[in-house]
Write a protein that binds this ligand. Structure first.
Ligand code: F0G
Length: 396
């Protein structure tokens, strides 16, 4: 395995601790000898292992297995949603319920790998900026590993459930003025100056390797088939890339055939990538003051934007934005028709799917998977507003 820059294609030792390319500043990706893996890997061996991120160990960049930090992440349900599908107009619709992870979001898939790498590198402190879920997850995995954890959050902008998690797991929580993009700039700066603090935001190429397992797992749960479309909410824009990479790798080693169209959804008030895709641009204009009730994806300058644009373009996918009203309606619909409780960012996928079906971009006979990235209880304040009409709220 090696690190490779997605821009200049520079290659670096897998044990390097860069977050971006030292030559051109581009984003890094972990690459592996897929040809060699293809010769060794047997579908049957995978079938014998229990569902987990570590089921796909041979695709993951961990050298010292004794250091693996795990809380049982991955193996989340892929739930077929016929009632919701009928309402939206899709015959075969699934929701990948990432709220079932140990801290209630998909971030745990990345942190099990990222925090294991932190132990391999011998650091004692890990850090991140976050809209809430990354910090909740990092705080838990750091505790599990016996590491100190620093999280930098945009003050007053993080959902209560997520804030409580970071605090109770014992992270040092710093709330800063400004938005997520500014919090990320602060923590990047800190980790550049202090070599003893390891950055675990999604710039970290190792963390994303764990998130590839969403793609592997969807194919695995569909009986080694790939859906036509995978719909993913985009914030800092790493997850859509990681899932895409998972499908690419499975295809390269001959486990599956073809890759799904990657569909990225952003909230209307924070949608720089959707705009770039719709305008056919290779680069994007940051949104200065991002705004949406889906606080998880309230990000105006996604650092992994170039990866998301590639994932969508290379898979002949699409991108769409949705309003806060559409998100709230979708959250309620998913809860009431299927019993699946998700936070607003995750509900954006259902809202986006509805729009894209209406536009004819997604066909009614397609097999579609929406990735529900986080649990409803992450954001109880928004959920209660969704459940009870506001005019009645004061009297209940
Ligand atoms: N859904 C949820 C629930 C999230 O928490 C996030 C990101 C996303 C979707 C978007 O994923 O950033 O890879 O495009 N949350 C980050 C955080 C930013 O700090 O918890 P992405």
């Amino acid at each position: 395995m090696w690190l490779e820059c997605i821009e200049c294609r520079g290659k670096f030792d897998i044990n390097s601790r860069f977050y971006t390319c030292p030559k051109c500043g581009g984003l890094l990706e972990v690459e592996l000898e897929l040809g060699k893996l293809k010769q060794k890997l047997r579908k049957r061996d995978l079938e014998l292992k229990p569902p987990s991120v570590w089921k796909y160990r041979s695709f993951l960049p961990v050298i010292d297995e004794s250091k693996i930090v795990s809380l049982g992440e991955g193996g989340t349900p892929l739930i077929r949603c016929d009632r919701l599908g009928k309402e939206i107009g899709v015959r075969e619709l699934y929701v990948k319920f990432e709220g079932a992870n140990p801290t209630g979001s998909f971030k745990d898939r990345g942190m099990t790998v990222g925090v294991t790498k932190a132990l391999e590198f011998g650091v004692k402190t890990v850090a991140c900026a976050s809209t809430g879920n990354t910090s909740a997850s990092l705080a838990a995995y750091a505790s599990r590993a016996g590491l100190r954890c620093i999280v930098i959050l945009p003050r007053g902008k993080v959902a209560l459930g997520k804030l409580v998690q970071a605090l109770i797991y014992g992270a040092k929580v710093l709330a800063v003025k400004g938005n997520f993009d500014e919090a990320l700039a602060i923590v990047r700066n800190l980790c550049e100056q202090r070599n003893d603090i390891y950055l675990l935001n999604s710039l970290n190429p190792f963390r994303l390797q764990g998130q590839k397992s969403i793609g592997y797992e969807i194919a695995d749960q569909l009986g080694w088939l790939v859906p036509d479309e995978v719909v993913v909410p985009m914030g800092n824009c790493a997850n859509i890339w990681a899932i895409y990479k998972g499908f690419l790798e499975f295809e390269s080693v001959g486990i599956t055939e073809g890759i799904p169209r990657m569909i990225g959804i952003q909230a209307a008030g924070a949608s720089p990538i959707v705009r770039a895709i719709k305008e056919g641009k290779e680069t994007f204009e940051p949104v200065e003051k991002p705004e949406t009730i889906a606080t998880a994806i309230r990000i105006g300058n996604p650092v992994n934007g170039p990866k998301a644009i590639r994932a969508i373009r290379n898979s002949r996918g699409a991108a769409e934005s949705v309003s806060d009203g559409e998100i709230i309606r979708a959250q309620k619909l998913l809860a009431r028709l299927e019993g699946i409780g998700v936070e607003p960012a995750s509900a954006s996928t259902i809202a986006g799917l509805r729009k894209l079906v209406h536009q004819g971009e997604i066909k009614k006979d397609d097999v579609v998977v929406c990735v529900a990235t986080g649990h409803m209880l992450k954001d109880p304040e928004e959920a209660i507003k969704t459940a009870v009409p506001q005019h009645r709220w004061g009297r209940t």
